[in-house]
Design a protein around this ligand. Structure first.
Ligand SMILES: Nc1nc2c(ncn2[C@@H]2O[C@H](COP(=O)(O)OP(=O)(O)OP(=O)(O)O)[C@@H](O)[C@H]2O)c(=O)[nH]1
Ligand SMILES: [Mg+2]
Length: 451
């Protein structure tokens, strides 16, 4: 039976694919003993005498077979990522040496780590809180430099510290309320509605600030969901390919070429856009194509930004006019492609030719401007909260607003104290102080192995 909290665990910590080096990480009480069985230092040094935070040069052997030339680092707990003993082996990159060394380590008694298990141990051992653990995940999957910068800040505790401030305001308030309830006969600071209100407003102000700073979270985490929409053959896939500078999507002169949704990311002016190429929209009896058309319309509805494409050389069809009516014009850029052919009336349409690379740079600027002029603005002092954190913070806000309302209706303090207690519970769930183990497991399962 594996013991999920105390086994020594191991995994390849570097990504798959070709790379200069690969890193295998071991964490737990047996880390150094296991390393000793397979590592021979070039200077003959015994790993029992290994000093923490130092690099050792040597070789990995499987019995007498040389596997690879490596650098080994030992980090003695609690001064390590997981707060346990850690050994990291830097070997030559590529699947073969890293896999082989990991296999040897597993044969010597380590258990293969689950996704996120190293970070989970750091959390369980109290080295980081949940907001920091989740930042590790964000750093791994960061899609833009800005998202990366914010995640690194959060790993350093920027969000955690802000939440701590709110926590201590609410604790002060609870102390005030409880002491008045429990020891009314003593001469303690008297509770007044005015005082309670003051505390609540202070906390609410801080919450609103965090919510304000995190309103671009979804965009920074996932990118602006951008859907290219239009009837068949207008050049949607060609536009996607131009954005990507490659032939990602199949382009042909046959209408109805794209059947499946294709999604790719690009970064414009530090903003990640998720560009989604859809199947051309038209009335059709073809079953497969019909599904594609329905999907396209659904995607447009859910999009942050729609690029509606038409063919500049033909008049708008009834189909197109119908679709245009269903679109939210605030989040749509209307684009006429193929202006290298004959133009029909184009009034408000942004004119491009994918073929001749005309109007594309301007289009990119329009996309960025639309993002900045909308709700998504300057990203200074940003915080990135994930859905879990955001929904909990909204709960905290709701709890405190309920307490305020109760206060205005002169409800006895033991009743609004319940709201404040709930607010504290929700707040602490964000940092993981009161979460059940099943929730914690789910959160860490979203990590990749080796982190
Ligand atoms: N003349 C001209 N042809 C273009 C331009 N852009 C794309 N095309 C051509 O138009 C045809 C259709 O292009 P696609 O990108 O496959 O069009 P689509 O909108 O993805 O089509 P479906 O996937 O069938 O809905 C291809 O033959 C392209 O080479 C352009 O700016 N000018
Ligand atoms: Mg296409």
């Amino acid at each position: 039976m594996p013991n999920y909290d105390t086994d020594t665990i191991a995994a390849i910590s570097t990504g798959t694919g070709s790379a200069g080096i690969g890193i295998i990480r071991l964490s737990g009480n047996e880390a150094l003993n296991i390393a000793k069985n397979i590592f021979k230092s070039a200077t003959g040094k015994n790993l029992d005498l290994a000093e923490t935070q130092k690099l050792y040069y040597g070789h990995i052997y499987d019995n007498n077979n040389l596997i690879d030339e490596v650098l080994l680092t030992y980090m003695k707990g609690p001064h390590s990522y997981t707060a346990e003993d850690i050994v990291e082996i830097n070997c030559h990159g590529g699947i073969i040496p890293t896999r082989k060394i990991l296999e040897l380590i597993l044969e010597n008694g380590a258990r293969h780590a689950q996704p996120g298990e190293f970070t989970k141990r750091a959390f369980l051992n109290g080295r980081i809180d949940l907001t920091q653990a989740e930042s590790v995940m964000d750093i791994i999957s960061a899609k833009s430099e800005k998202a990366l910068e914010v995640s690194v800040n959060q790993l350093n505790g920027s969000l955690k510290n802000k939440l701590k401030e709110i926590d201590s305001i609410l604790i002060d308030l609870m102390v005030l309320i409880e002491s008045n309830l429990d020891y009314p006969e003593y001469d303690i600071e008297e509770i007044t509605n005015e005082k309670v209100k003051n505390y609540l407003n202070q906390a609410l102000k801080k919450i609103n600030k965090i919510l304000e700073q995190s309103k671009n979270s979804a965009v920074m985490r996932e990118g602006v969901k951008t859907v290219i929409l239009g009837k068949p053959n207008v050049g949607k896939s060609s536009l996607l390919n131009t954005f990507l500078n490659n032939e990602r999507a199949i382009v042909t002169e046959i209408p109805g070429t794209t059947r499946d949704i294709i999604e790719e990311s690009i970064i414009l002016d530090n903003i990640p856009f998720r560009i989604i190429d859809t199947a051309g929209i038209r009335e059709t009896e073809n079953k497969v194509e019909k599904i594609g058309v329905e999907k396209s319309l659904q995607f447009a509805k859910e999009a942050d930004l729609v690029l509606f494409l038409r063919d500049a050389s033909t008049n708008l069809t009834e189909d197109e006019k119908k679709i245009i009516k269903t679109l939210d014009h605030n989040k749509t850029i209307f684009i006429a492609n193929k202006i290298d052919l004959n133009n029909s009336e184009l009034n408000d349409w942004h004119q491009i030719s994918v073929k001749n690379d005309v109007g594309i740079e301007e289009l990119k600027k329009m996309m960025v401007n639309l993002v900045y002029s909308g709700d998504i603005e300057g990203t200074e002092n940003s915080l990135i909260l994930n859905e879990r954190q955001l929904s909990l913070l909204h709960n905290v806000k709701r709890n405190l607003l309920e307490a305020l309302t109760a206060l205005e209706h002169s409800v006895p303090e033991e009743l609004y104290a319940i709201n404040i207690n709930e607010a504290l519970d929700n707040l602490r769930a964000i940092t993981g102080e009161t979460l059940g183990t099943d929730v914690i497991d789910t959160i860490f399962e979203r990590f990749c192995i080796g982190k």
